[in-house]
Design a protein around this ligand. Structure first.
Ligand SMILES: [Zn+2]
Length: 449
């Protein structure tokens, strides 16, 4: 009897978040990602039902560091997993920063600091095939999503399975979009579909709109407050800003962005980022894109008292750009920046990333202006947001055209849609017309591959 390979989803099936899939046959079992789902104002959710099988998993392959892909891996160790985590070196570094941050925010709810220390990471380059267990080989490909993000091509006894993880088709300052493996036809493609069928404008257009908004604010000596994800979007915006902004205009960098800048700078090497980054560095005579005279990190090493410094910024009438976490305004120093600058109508609140349902960011997008900030540090302050709220559709995920291109070129016999709200996944399935009916992954359902 054939040793049937199956895929089981423990999360990110009909939802975005807590990606966790297990590929297995009767002899071998590999987990693809194992993350948690962050929920605004509620504790995060673990993948459903993976604890009892943790000890049966031979290895984990981690596509990228985002906590909704990596955040539950230490819990696997807690529940008896003893294998290795295969990923890229940048992902290892970013994952540790995110895990430590998660411990600070949520404590040892899912796993302990000791579980984190037990993690056995092995780093691999893109396009270098490696063995995981007997008969199972993996090759990583550039995903274009965040630093170190990889698509995973699995060769399982000759059957080829591509798991996209999170991919972006857009050319961004750091990446040239995701790479399509130039292998023989791929048997199965497991693809994300976060953006559903919504088209995403090209980066050039979005960046240009952002530049124009910043230029306008600088002219009228206003502030641009930009809530930003620590890894990915922040570095992208810093390169966009560095390319046109008058060096007399300060760019304040706040929150976890500083650590992620350091990691990103370390990996500015041809293996990890686009050659365009090197052209940018040469053009501006820089060795580190994030180390510029007008880029000022708000940290204890740099300013005496960050808390005081943030408040003092409100007393100046000089233009400035502020990049601060958190990206969805759920916490972090962005709250103080909102408090200090948000009530002035000349300022801009530039929303440059996805705002999930239930977050303060989404409420503001939907028109809420009387908001409460700094509640999470026990200092709730009501403000009447009067700054101009402007949206710039930078997205870290591919749109439907990218998925169509991937399917068109890899010609899979089976397509599985994951990491997408159910309604959106249905729409994506309807437009992928290549003769194969895509399977929508469902929780705890065994999909034969
Ligand atoms: Zn991601």
């Amino acid at each position: 009897m054939k040793n049937q390979l199956t895929l089981e989803a423990f999360g990110a099936a009909g939802e975005v978040g807590r990606s966790c899939f297990v590929l297995k046959d009767k002899d071998r079992s590999i987990a693809l990602d194992c993350g948690i789902m962050l929920r605004p104002k509620h504790p995060s959710l673990a993948p459903k039902g993976v604890d009892p099988i943790a000890h049966t998993i031979d290895a984990v392959v981690l596509s990228h560091a985002h906590i909704d892909h990596s955040g539950y891996i230490p819990a696997l160790y807690h529940n008896g997993f003893e294998g290795e985590i295969h990923t890229t070196p940048p992902t290892i570094d970013i994952t540790y920063v995110l895990w430590e941050d998660h411990l600070k925010i949520e404590g040892e709810r899912h796993w302990t600091a000791e579980d984190m220390e037990n993690a056995l990471f092995v780093g691999h380059l893109y396009k270098k095939k490696f063995k995981i267990v007997d008969g199972v080989y993996v090759t990583f490909y550039q995903a274009g999503h965040i630093l170190g993000a990889a698509q995973t091509l699995i060769d399982w006894d000759g059957q080829l399975i591509l798991y996209t993880g999170d991919i972006n088709d857009k050319v961004t300052p750091l990446f040239d979009g995701f790479e399509i493996p130039d292998k023989e036809p791929i048997d199965v493609v497991i693809t994300e579909a976060t953006n559903g069928v919504r088209p995403i404008p090209p980066r050039e257009k979005v960046s240009k709109d952002f530049k124009n908004a910043v230029k306008g604010a600088v002219k009228r000596k206003a502030k641009v407050i930009t809530p930003s994800f620590a890894i990915g979007r922040s570095q992208e915006l810093e390169i966009v800003l560095g390319d046109f902004l008058d060096e007399k205009v300060p760019v304040y960098i706040d929150g976890m962005i500083r650590k992620m800048n350091a990691i990103t700078n370390y990996y500015i090497r041809p293996e990890w980022v686009s050659s365009r980054v090197f052209r940018y560095l040469r053009k501006h005579g820089l060795s580190n894109p994030f180390d510029r005279e007008n880029f000022i990190e708000i940290s204890r090493e740099n300013v005496n008292n960050p808390f005081h410094f943030r408040r003092m910024l409100g007393k100046t009438d000089k233009p400035a750009v502020i990049l601060s976490t958190s990206g969805m305004m759920e916490g972090g120093p962005i709250h103080t920046h909102l408090e200090v600058h948000g009530e002035k109508p000349e300022n801009i609140l530039a929303i440059c990333g996805y705002q999930a349902e239930g977050t303060l960011g989404r409420e503001i997008l939907e028109g809420k202006r009387k908001i409460v900030v700094n509640e999470f540090i026990g200092k709730p302050t009501k403000i009447n947001l009067q700054a101009n709220v402007e949206t710039f559709r930078f997205s870290g995920h591919t749109d439907i055209n990218g998925i169509k291109k991937l399917i068109g070129e890899t010609k899979p016999k089976k397509i599985v849609i994951v990491h997408s709200e159910h309604e959106e996944a249905l729409k994506v399935a309807q437009v992928l017309t290549n003769g194969v009916t895509p399977v929508l992954a469902e929780q705890k359902q065994l999909i034969p591959l």
